[in-house]
Design a protein around this ligand. Structure first.
Ligand code: BT5
Length: 261
C-alpha cells in the first residue's frame, strides 16, 4: 500500500450490536448483488429483518438495469428484507423512506452538513451523489416482500468514482467506520417504517424537510424517453413528484431528475 491509498479494514461487525433487536445482520466477502441474494432468500421464505452486507459487489444494480459500481470495502453496500403490511398505493413511498433513513443515518454518524435528498431517493452531499437506493418488490408464498438496497460511497477516491457527479464521505471530509455507519442507518429505519405504515402526512412533512428537489426547477427524464421541465412543487399521496409546467401540474412516478436551479 502506498501512502496515497486509503486504508480499508473489514467492516466492524461489533458496531451493529445495538440494532440486533430489529435486524439480523450478515456479512459476505463478495457477491454479485445483495439485492439479488436477498430476493432469493425472500422467495425461499426468509422472514423480515434480514440485512445482507457485501464487502464487495461485482454486479451491483441500479434502477432501470443500470449498474452500481464500488471498489472492495470502499462502500457500504447492503440490502434489507421487509414484509410490509401496507396498502399497494403506499409502496412507492418506500424508496423515499429508505432515502430519509440513509440521509439521517449519515448525518448522525458523521455530523456532515449539506446532506440532502434528491427525489426520488438519491442522497446528496454538497449536491453530488453520495448514496443510491434500489427498492424491489418480489412476490413470495408468504406475500409481497420488499428488498431495500442501499449503497453509500465511504472511502472511494475521485479516481475510483464511476461518474463525475458522485462523491464519497471521505471526499466530503468525513472518516467513518462502515459498521458504525450501518448501525446509524439501520437505527433510523424502524421509526420511519412505522410512520410510513401509519401516517402519510407526517412522512410527507419529514421528507419535504430534507428534500432539495421541491422548490427547484427540474428536468425530469421520464421512462418513456421524454423530458419534462418545470418547477417541482410537492410530493403527492403516492410519493410522486408534482411538477408544474406551462401545461399544468404533472405527477411524476418514476424518472431521473436534474436540479436546474
Ligand atoms: C441507484 O440507481 O442509485 C441505486 C443504487 C443501489 C445500490 C445498492 S448497493 C446494495 C444493493 N444491491 C444492489 O445490487 N444494489 C443496491 P440509479 O439511480 O439508477 O443510479 C445508477 C447510476 O448512478 C449509474 O448509472 C451511474 O451513473 C451512477 N453510479 C454508479 N455507481 C455509482 C456510485 N458508486 N456512486 C455514485 N453514482 C454511481
Amino acid at each position: 500500500m502506498t501512502a496515497s491509498e486509503p486504508s480499508r479494514p473489514p467492516l466492524d461487525r461489533s458496531a451493529v450490536a445495538d440494532v440486533t433487536a430489529y435486524w439480523r445482520v450478515q456479512v459476505v466477502e463478495e457477491t454479485a448483488s445483495t439485492n439479488a441474494d436477498v430476493a432469493e432468500r425472500a422467495k425461499a421464505g426468509e422472514p423480515a429483518g434480514l440485512v445482507l452486507v457485501a464487502e464487495h459487489q461485482t454486479a451491483g444494480r441500479g434502477r432501470l438495469d443500470r449498474s452500481w459500481e464500488t471498489p472492495p470495502r470502499a462502500a457500504l453496500t447492503f440490502s434489507v428484507l421487509l414484509r410490509p403490511a401496507v396498502e399497494p398505493a403506499q409502496w412507492p413511498w418506500l424508496p423515499l423512506v429508505a432515502g430519509l433513513a440513509t440521509a439521517r443515518g449519515v448525518r448522525r454518524a458523521t455530523a456532515l452538513t449539506g446532506v440532502a435528498l434528491k427525489w426520488p431517493n438519491d442522497v446528496l452531499v454538497g449536491g453530488a451523489k453520495l448514496a443510491g437506493i434500489l427498492v424491489e418488490r418480489v412476490d413470495t408464498a408468504e406475500g409481497a416482500a420488499a428488498i431495500v438496497g442501499i449503497g453509500i460511497n465511504v472511502s472511494t477516491t475521485t479516481e475510483e468514482l464511476p461518474v463525475p457527479t458522485a462523491t464519497s464521505l471521505v471526499l466530503a471530509g468525513a472518516e467513518i467506520e462502515r459498521g458504525a455507519l450501518l448501525s446509524a442507518v439501520l437505527g433510523e429505519l424502524p421509526h420511519l417504517l412505522e410512520v410510513w405504515e401509519t401516517a402519510t402526512e407526517e412522512l410527507r412533512t419529514a421528507y419535504l424537510d430534507e428534500c432539495d428537489t421541491v422548490g427547484q426547477v427540474v428536468e425530469v427524464s421520464l421512462p418513456t424517453g421524454e423530458t419534462l421541465t418545470g418547477r417541482a412543487v410537492g410530493v403527492d399521496d403516492e410519493g410522486r413528484l408534482d411538477v408544474e409546467t406551462d401545461e399544468g401540474r404533472t405527477p411524476v412516478g418514476a424518472g431521473d431528475v436534474v436540479h436546474v436551479r
